[in-house]
Design a protein around this ligand. Sequence first.
Ligand code: MSP
Length: 513
Amino acid sequence: MNKEKFYVTTPIYYVNDIPHIGHAYTTVAADVVARYKRLKGFEVFFLTGTDEYGQKVEKAASAAGVSPKELADKVVERFKSLWKVLNISNDDFIRTTEPRHKAAVLDIWEKVKAGGDIYLGEYEDWYCTPCENFLTKAQLEDEKCPDCGREVDKLKEKSYFFKLSEYQDYLVKFIKDNPGFISPKIRENEVLSFISEGLRDLSISRTAFSWGVGVPEDPAHVMYVWFEALMNYLSGSGYPVKKDFWPPDVQLIGKDILRFHTVFWPAFLKSAGLEPPKKVFAHGWWTVEGKKMSKSIGNVVDPFKVASDYGVDQFRFFLLREVPFGKDGDFSVNALEGRINSELANDLGNLLSRTLSMVAKYRDEVIPEFKSTEEDIKNAKDSGFGFFSPDFKDTFDEHICEVRFHLALEQLWEVVRAMNAYVDKSAPWTLAKEGKDKELDLVLFNLLEGLRITALYLYPFMPESALRIRKSLGIEGSISAVDFDKDILFRGETIGGLKTDKGSPLFPRIEKE
Ligand code: MSP
């Protein structure tokens, strides 16, 4: 049977800088979507990579006394090793300096040109190199870049232009006809209001430096880095040879690069006769302990360090649990430790540990054979085992598809908390003391079954911990063998006999010194 395809992307990261929490954020988010869709049986293509051309990278390399390619070769390894550490399951990694990228870019350039959308002119206006963005005088704030607040340069150079102005009506109609293409809604409004101010043609080549993809038949020009970089989503998925994953189902980006992805990008694609992505979701920005993250303040959060100090899954969980995905959020040690202690150690870790302790103590680590009655199922439902509700699975699915990670986790935690309350209420220790074996088996069965399902829902967010839970419940077999639609449901019975294994605490508490 042919599996349904699903394509998810992250932005490609500039190699002028080493990875920080902002990069980790988008990539972990995309990983959750990719893992979830794979678990559901989709054939997933998850792409990330590095953006290696442009004036900004060229400047950074020259400041470091190396060639841009040498800088890229070095920094790309930092990104790749971070993705390994954070357990990122990307299917490919595209570097824009690869020949396969150039091939796709040239193909698109030719298509856009053949459609009559490229002409030679002269660009005379402002440019922000840190943002790699063209600006008008009116857009400047205090003569600085309105987006990053840094110095801008006045440019006057020959340039190829893309007829963006001719796509204004198309874009407005497309965005309005496809609610959800730009998410969250507030970003859609922002983009529509930007377009309504009028789109000017876009300069898509530069002559002041040479670190870029050369314009065909005009060696004085290299392509504007954003024109070329956006094409990574094509080149990385095999274009122009392979088109089977096109268009992307969801492209995750930060709010600062919204216009590039929702104005330029769909216009380039339309011009080249290709379908636009189905959804572009712009997440918010992290501040650190209430302050803007910046090298000059020296508060840049190093994801390698957070993962090694607190645990990879703890970090992944925090990133997506703490802040609604479209909103800005604040990273602080207090908030991170608070989430780890309350929701991971106290709620989930404790539930697992007490359940396994009871199976060890009362049933010699062997899962009892059990078959629930209608009445048992009704009682479990009433006790907050939300997995019974037919809506649970669909609501969770909707949350992930709409990238509402914090709500998906909250929904899961409601059940985790209910299961802890169920332990307290059913007092299995009393049942054991009074020799009520059947009742005790029922409680253990409900908890073990609840934990088994929790681990499946948790897997996309915290893959390592989910696998550990499965192992401690005696579940054999790899996650890829899971039949999601069937295995995610509460079963009425166990075959019994599986051996549990408590092991060390899943989420050790962080003790304050
Ligand atoms: N190279 C471009 C993207 C090209 S995609 C065709 C780029 N690279 S970047 O390395 O500067 O930024 C990558 C991502 O990191 C952006 O989505 C940006 O929003 C994100 N973040 C950078 N700082 C951030 C925070 N402080 N918080 C959250 N995300 C942030 O832009």
